[in-house]
Design a protein around this ligand. Structure first.
Ligand code: ATP
Ligand code: MG
Length: 579
């Protein structure tokens, strides 16, 4: 490709109101443009990156035995009604009517459509297992589309669906997909971690997310360097070494006045104690009444774990107004002692495992402006209750898998997610087969997604510097850029064109910068676009019969003889960024 013909409108200035580096860089490098909130044009340089990711995805999916199909984006409501997700999916599902007033939606995922296909076409165990995938545009009307391609409303996803005759078969399909995903993200040149995940509203028993590690990632993952345990902090469990708690200060149980002290910080500083000597109570509205979570004052609640422990579907924080007519206690003075009596609507009180039995705490007295100090866990409250893992894992917590490791918490971007679904969809949609004995059974399913467009941006979020993007070679828009010190210089131009042709003949993806602009501008653009190898054609190199080559991530350039260039480039592109 010649730069003069490339449609790549780069920006000199940073675009306004852009929150993450990768979004800014995709805009500046002329790779994407916004059409509407969460909806984008992908320009040639951006599309090259996406196509390269797609190629890797296809190769690994095919290698794992999956077959590519293409399902429609527009899906009839009837299918979604069969699984209950027409009502269940809320506003994220974009619905509309056709000219005959029939209900449709834009596909946010394709479990219903693929299950409908398979139930119509597959009847016998002899036709199973099968794994079908597509690379398709999805639409989800996200509440907060943001960060460019990272959280779009329209985005590209590879989704695969496996159908098996048995649980063991399904687990084998799942395992193959896990291997394929590891290959995909490794080949893309990304630093990633696979972590245990919550299966959310997709459902199913087992699920793992693939996280590209990056500071600005929306997700938080906990990881044990000792045993390798890794989980999304929504789902991760941890314990602590109780001997690391601050020294107990309360001598006896007494009620203290704490006027206008509402938050844990306020109460703790008013009483001159550490927040880990306090307990907090968080109230949630559920279909089974008000549920209370009690946990140490210095810890955060994992809402997902709390909701799971309660086993409820309606779940949201209780609004202060909803406490009216509930005994008069206000937020800030609520405590675990006789909580159900103090707030009649409370039906369930769950205690966190980090509350240390025998330890004396400061807790709300269920009387406005008062706290108990010296209330003992296991005696004054939590006497007969089984504690639950309700807290969010924090850096330094103890790993529960090996009991020795200290958990590290890092941030990540979810680029892939695999689910062992079981029979949730096949039962709901009567997707059955006949087994060897002529008996009808529902198929065992799995589903597996890669966010293709999100992966493209996550690669940038993980790899950039103050000059621009640093693309991993396997997914870079071009592998090599040829910059000519002065394009109008005939000797230089001749050399550059020859070199361009040679590299093309050897199968490299090359950009020849044939623009009549200053070398400074050319070098800056090459850096902004993140092209891995740059060859500078100038008189010095021609005289010395050497080529000046620089890898985008390296500090220094190398002088390479023309005969060695091809193998040198191949080797260094293969090694990638961390070489
Ligand atoms: P998230 O938790 O980020 O909202 P999700 O769990 O809803 O994602 P899945 O249903 O697991 O997403 O979809 C599979 C993959 O599709 C995700 O791992 C992610 O890479 C990608 N993806 C999901 N939502 C978006 C989006 N709004 N924009 C871009 N990619 C997305
Ligand atoms: Mg997910």
């Amino acid at each position: 490709m010649k730069y003069s013909q490339l449609f790549c409108p780069t920006l000199k200035e940073d675009p306004a109101s852009v929150e993450v580096a990768s979004h800014r860089l995709l805009l500046r490098a002329g790779m994407i443009r916004q059409v509407a909130a969460g909806i984008y044009d992908v320009l040639p340089v951006g599309l090259r990156v996406i196509r390269k990711i797609e190629t890797i995805v296809r190769q690994e999916m095919n290698r794992a035995g999956a077959q590519e199909i293409l399902m429609p984006m527009v899906q009839p409501a009837e299918l979604w009604k069969e699984t209950g997700r027409w009502e269940g999916n809320g506003k994220e599902l974009l619905r509309f009517k056709d000219r005959n007033e029939r209900d449709f939606c834009l596909g946010p995922t394709h479990e219903e459509v693929v299950t409908d296909l398979v139930r119509r076409e597959i009847r016998s165990y002899k036709q199973l297992p099968v794994n079908l995938y597509q690379i398709q545009t999805k639409f989800r009307d996200e509440i907060r589309p943001r960060f460019g391609l990272m959280r779009g409303r329209e985005f590209s996803m590879k989704d695969a669906y496996s159908f098996d005759v048995s649980l063991e078969g399904m687990q084998e399909s799942y395992r193959k997909m896990k291997v394929a995903y590891e290959n995909i993200f490794r080949r893309c040149g990304l630093q990633f971690r696979s972590v245990q995940a919550d299966s959310g509203n997709i459902g199913g028993s087992q699920s793992e997310e693939f996280m590209v590690l990056a500071q600005s990632g929306e997700d938080e993952v906990a990881h044990c360097p000792n045993c390798g345990y890794a989980a999304n902090t929504e789902k991760a469990q941890s314990s602590i070494d109780f001997s690391t708690l601050t020294k107990e200060v309360f001598v006896q149980k007494e009620k203290k006045e704490t006027p206008n002290q509402k938050t844990i910080e306020q109460v703790a500083s008013f009483l001159g104690i550490d927040p880990d000597q306090t307990l907090k109570v968080l109230l949630y509205h559920t279909e089974k009444g008000i549920a209370a979570a009690v946990l140490p004052g210095n810890r955060e609640l994992s809402e997902i774990q709390f909701q799971r422990a309660l086993g409820v579907s309606e779940f949201r924080p209780l609004a202060p107004a909803e406490l009216k007519g509930q005994g008069g206690v206000e937020f800030g003075s609520i405590g675990p002692i006789d909580l159900k009596k103090a707030i009649p609507g409370v039906t369930q009180v769950l205690f966190d495992t980090l509350i240390h039995k025998g330890r004396a705490y400061c807790v709300g007295a269920n009387e406005n402006g008062f706290h108990w100090v010296g209330a003992v866990a296991g005696k004054d409250f939590l006497a007969n209750d089984e504690p639950y893992n309700l807290h969010k894992v924090a850096q330094g917590d103890r790993c529960m898998q090996c009991d020795g490791g200290m958990l590290e918490v890092e941030r990540g971007i979810e680029v892939g997610h695999i689910f062992a679904l079981g029979t949730k969809y096949s039962k709901a949609m009567n997707c059955v087969f006949t087994d060897e004995n002529g008996k009808e059974k529902p198929m065992e399913m799995g589903c597996y997604g890669v966010g293709v467009s999100r992966t493209a941006q996550a690669a940038v979020e993980q790899n950039f510097d103050d000059k621009g993007i640093v693309f991993p070679p396997a997914i870079a828009p071009f592998e090599v850029v040829i910059d000519v010190v002065k394009w109008k210089d005939e000797t230089l131009q001749k050399h550059a064109v020859e070199l361009y042709q040679t590299l093309l003949d050897h199968g490299f993806d090359v950009l020849l910068d044939d623009r009549d602009v200053s070398i400074g501008v050319k070098l800056k653009d090459a850096e902004l676009l993140g092209i891995p190898a740059r060859i500078l054609v100038g008189h010095k190199g021609i005289e010395q019969q050497q080529l000046e080559v620089k890898m985008r991530w390296a500090a220094d350039q190398h002088w390479i003889s023309p005969s060695e260039l091809v193998s040198w480039l191949k080797e260094n592109l293969e090694k990638g960024i961390d070489a």
